[in-house]
Design a protein around this ligand. Sequence first.
Ligand SMILES: Cc1cc2nc3c(=O)[nH]c(=O)nc-3n(C[C@H](O)[C@H](O)[C@H](O)COP(=O)(O)OP(=O)(O)OC[C@H]3O[C@@H](n4cnc5c(N)ncnc54)[C@H](O)[C@@H]3O)c2cc1C
Length: 413
Amino acid sequence: MIGGGAAGFFCAVNAARMNPDLKVTILEKSSKLLSKVKVSGGGRCNVTHACFEIEEMMKKYPRGQHFVKKAFHQFFTKDIITWFEERNVMLKKEEDGRMFPITDSSDTIIECLIKEANKYRIEILINREVKEIKKINSDWQIRTLNAELLTANYLCIASGGYPKSSMFDWLKNIGHSIEEPVPSLFTFNLPNNSITKLMGVSVANARVKIVGSKLSEQGPVLITHWGLSGPAVLRLSAWGARELSVRSYEFGVVISWLPEYAEQALREKFSDLRSENASQKISGKNYFGLPQRLWEYLIQQSGITENMRWADLPGKLQNVLIQNLIAQQFEVKGKTTFKEEFVTAGGIKLSEIDPNTMQSKIVPDLFFAGEVMDVDGITGGFNFQHAWTSGFVAAKSIVSRNEATHTTIATRS
Ligand SMILES: Cc1cc2nc3c(=O)[nH]c(=O)nc-3n(C[C@H](O)[C@H](O)[C@H](O)COP(=O)(O)OP(=O)(O)OC[C@H]3O[C@@H](n4cnc5c(N)ncnc54)[C@H](O)[C@@H]3O)c2cc1C
C-alpha cells in the first residue's frame, strides 16, 4: 500500500481482514499517518454524507460521476456507517446531511483505523517516500527515497492528490497518464470590494452565476473579510475547477440575493411596498428576510440615502436597487483555499482504471484508491466516501486475485 491516508488505510485493513494470510505493508512518505483525516472537517472529520441513493450521490462528483457510480454498488454510504458502527464508532447526521463521529473528533476515526491495522498486524513504515515502482517478472519492486528496495505481489497506490503534474512522474513512468491537477473547493477573492466590510454576514439562499459560463449555483453564501464563501461558492469552485483555472481565477460573478424573485415579481413587490409603507424609511426594515446589514449596504450602494422614505424613492434609484438585489456584479481576482476541506481535481485517468476492481488497465496487479485518481467531490463528506469505497473495492479485488494465485499482497525484501 503506498500512502497512509484514508484510502490506503481502508484498503489495507480490509484486505488483511478478508484474508489474514496476506502480509500487508503501508508505506507512508511523511512521519504522520492519516494526517488529512486529523484536520478534516475542522478537526471533526466529515466521514460521509447521509445520501442513500446512488443516483443522487453520484451527482456530487464533478469529476468521476460514472466511475464512482459503479464502485458505490459494492460499498456505499450505508456500508461505511455500518463498518464504523461494528467497531463501536457511531456517526451522527447534521441538518445539511454531513455525517461526523458522535464524539465530534477526527481522533475517533484515526484510533479506529489504527486499532484495526494493529489487529491484523499490518506493517506500517513511515518516512518512506516511494520514488519508483517497477514490474519485474510477476513481482513489483518498490524503491524509496532512501534507496530501500521492497517487493510485493500487488500494489495499491493511495498517494492522494498532487498539486503538480510532475509529482505524478513515478506513476507516468509505468505507463499511466494523468489529467492535469487543479485545485477544487476554494473561495472567491474580491480585493478592495466594500462588501467585505460585511464579513460574517451569511445569506441562506442566494444564486451565484459565473459571467460567460453556464456555471450557476444556489444556496448559502457567506461574506468573508476577503470575499465570498459558503456552500454555493464552494460548489461553483468544484464544478468550475478547470474553467476557472484556465481563467487564472479572474472572472465576474452575478449574485441574486433574492433568487426566488424574477425581476417583474420584484417590481410588483416594490410597488406594494411603496404604497403600504409610504412614510417609512427604506433603510429601516427589509421585507425580504435578508440580513439587515446586507439590506443597508445594498441601499447605500444603490445611492439611496439613509433617511429616504418609500414614497420618495425615485424610479431610477429603485431600478438600481432592484438590479443590486437580483443581479449584483462582482469581479473575482484570485482564490483562497477553503481551510475546512480542499481537494485536487485531476489525477490518474479514469479510462485506465476498472471501476469494478480499481485495477489498472495498463499494468496488471496494480490498484488505485482515493484522490490519486481523477475523482473529486463537492464539500460535505463525498471525498472521504470515495476514499472508503475505492479502498474497499481495491481490497476486495486484491484478495480475490490473491485467492486465485495463492500469493501474498506485499512482502519486504
Ligand atoms: C484540510 C482538509 C480537510 C478535509 N476535510 C474533509 C472532510 O471533512 N470530508 C471529506 O470527505 N473530505 C475532506 N477532505 C478531503 C479528504 O481529506 C481527501 O479527499 C482524502 O484525504 C483523500 O484520501 P487519500 O487517502 O486518497 O489521500 P491522502 O489523505 O492525501 O493520503 C495520501 C497519503 O499518501 C502519502 N504519499 C503521497 N505520496 C507518497 C509516496 N510517493 N510514497 C509514500 N507515501 C506517499 C501522503 O503523505 C499521504 O499521507 C479534506 C481535505 C483537506 C485538505
